[in-house]
Design a protein around this ligand. Structure first.
Ligand code: SAH
Ligand code: SF4
Length: 475
């Protein structure tokens, strides 16, 4: 399970783009559905709600289902398997997904749809269990284990399906550019290294050319992606590191961000570059996982909390108004009350602007899964739940306090999700944007995604800022 206090990484997961209405088309007779020859016996429909991050995840899932021999279809009624890749942040997000699930449940009872999968942010949320029961969902996946779909559709593993150079979408206002795949770490709890293999870095020119092409086609925001982006090294042996690549990209693209970084690889010069370069968003996602050195060792993270704190000091100094987010796991096997208190202390010391907090869940084949199977190994569920809530509350309190400091400031806001109309009067003119400091902001504007507006911050919540009327026309 995960939850987030929004603001940072969650801004990328925020507002839902309207999913297409539920189509009512009869399923064609076997062999007549769209798709490559020979694959017509199995069909799948993927419906995406939410931001570009979700669109990107859907592209990955699309490759998996195709590799597993499914033909992609556009309507539920034509599909054997329906995947709802969801967004959680909008208040009515769950209600909207419920509408789709109700319809799918009916189609399943009528024998038209065979399997339903719920993935993405709602899949990672606490409501998922209840939705699973109520609507007879066959597979629920969160945001960090979408690769498990591979197994569900009958593929041996992600190695079969992972495409390192999945191109960013041209013509979109924002795009993701994968700069490295795989991971050379072996964190106790994590399945990524075994399913994605070792790190493979993309050559500099290859990345820069893609960024140029995207910018040429209208992209205004580029996010560099990888499991440990800051571990990137030029494969040509030139000794160039992530900071050098980031600088090149920041010279090409008008707005740049990157995720996710590993504390052991994060160089001070990268942290300084974020503060110096106008085109880099002042937002750092640096997963810490635990504040206890003992747990960090058990997890094989390769750093102590002191190193992490030092990195955060450099970041706060270089980017004083920047936003910092992290990932924290509570209830890893062997975690004591004292370890948990050290995590709470680190949360206070670092004053995160947002955090993804995960309750440990055993992943097959990992060291931690074996530990949790031992007698006395697993942290009891009620203890893990309490620790989860305590960490989340601590993060939210800090985030709320920091967000309030923004009230009264006039900010240039990049519109991530425009709401310039639509059938719902309530949503008319409400957009979600991002400041250069990486704060998520609700702003009333008709400006479309990819434009900039200027407005004064009038209110602040623990997860998001609220701006008043915009000043001047959008740019
Ligand atoms: N490569 C990234 C993280 C990838 S997974 C990094 O090293 O930071 C995203 C997050 O999911 C992790 O940071 C971790 O907090 C969480 N996570 C991964 N495996 C988990 C598990 N078995 N149980 C709970 N949380 C887990
Ligand atoms: Fe690699 Fe991140 Fe998984 Fe650790 S948590 S093994 S760094 S992907």
């Amino acid at each position: 399970m995960n939850s987030t206090t929004n603001g940072g990484k969650d801004a990328a997961k925020s507002v839902a783009k309207d999913a297409a209405p539920i189509p009512l088309i009869r399923k064609p007779a076997a062999g007549t559905s769209a798709g490559p020859p020979g694959s017509a016996s199995k069909t799948a429909c993927i419906r995406t709600f939410g931001c570009q991050m979700n669109v990107h995840d859907s592209d990955r899932m699309r490759r998996m289902i195709r590799d597993a021999g499914y033909a992609e279809v556009q309507s539920y009624e034509e599909a054997d398997l329906v995947i709802l890749n969801t967004c959680y942040v909008r208040e009515n997000a769950v209600d909207r997904v419920r509408g789709h699930l109700g319809e799918l449940n009916r189609l399943k009872r009528e024998g038209r749809v065979k399997k339903i999968a719920l993935t993405g942010c709602i899949g990672a949320a606490s409501e998922a269990q209840q939705l699973e029961k109520q609507y007879g969902i066959d597979l629920v996946l969160g945001t960090h284990n979408t690769y498990e779909l591979a197994e569900f559709v009958g593929l041996p593993g992600m190695e079969e399906t992972y495409t390192p150079e999945l191109p960013g979408t041209e013509g979109e206002h924002s795009a993701f550019v994968t700069i490295m795949t795989g991971c050379n770490y072996k964190c106790s709890y994590c399945v990524v290294p075994s399913v994605r293999g070792r790190m493979v870095c993309r050559p500099t020119e290859n990345v820069v050319e893609e960024v140029r092409r995207l910018v040429g086609s209208g992209t205004r925001y580029v996010t560099l992606l990888g499991q440990t982006v800051d571990a990137w090294r030029a494969p040509d042996g030139s000794g160039k590191r992530f900071c050098d690549l980031l600088e090149r990209v920041a010279d090409e693209a008008p707005r740049v961000w990157f995720t996710t970084s590993h504390p052991s690889n994060m160089e001070d010069r990268t942290l300084r570059l974020i503060g110096e370069k106008d085109t880099i968003v002042g937002r750092l996602h640096l997963p810490v996982q635990s504040g206890s050195d003992r747990m960090l060792k058990v997890m094989h993270r390769g750093y102590k909390s002191e190193r992490y704190r030092r990195k955060i000091e450099v970041f706060r100094e270089s980017v004083p108004d920047g936003t910092l987010s992290t990932d924290i796991i509570v209830g890893h096997p062997g975690e004591t009350e004292r370890d948990h208190e050290e995590t709470l202390r680190l949360v206070e010391d670092c004053s995160f602007d947002s955090a993804y907090v995960f309750k440990f869940s055993p992943r097959r084949g990992t060291e931690a899964a074996a530990l949790s199977a031992e007698p006395e190994g697993a942290v009891p569920e009620d203890v893990a739940q309490r620790r989860f809530v305590e960490v989340l509350r601590a993060v939210e309190q800090n985030a709320f306090r920091r967000n309030r400091r923004k009230i009264g400031l006039v900010e240039e806001i990049y519109v991530r999700h425009g709401r310039s109309g639509g059938p719902n009067e309530e949503s008319l003119g409400k957009a979600v944007g991002e400041t250069w400091s990486g704060h998520a902001v609700h702003v009333r504007t008709g400006a479309g995604a990819g434009r900039y507006v200027t407005a004064k911050i009038e209110e602040a919540g623990p997860h998001v800022l609220y701006a008043g009327e915009t000043l001047g026309p959008p740019s």
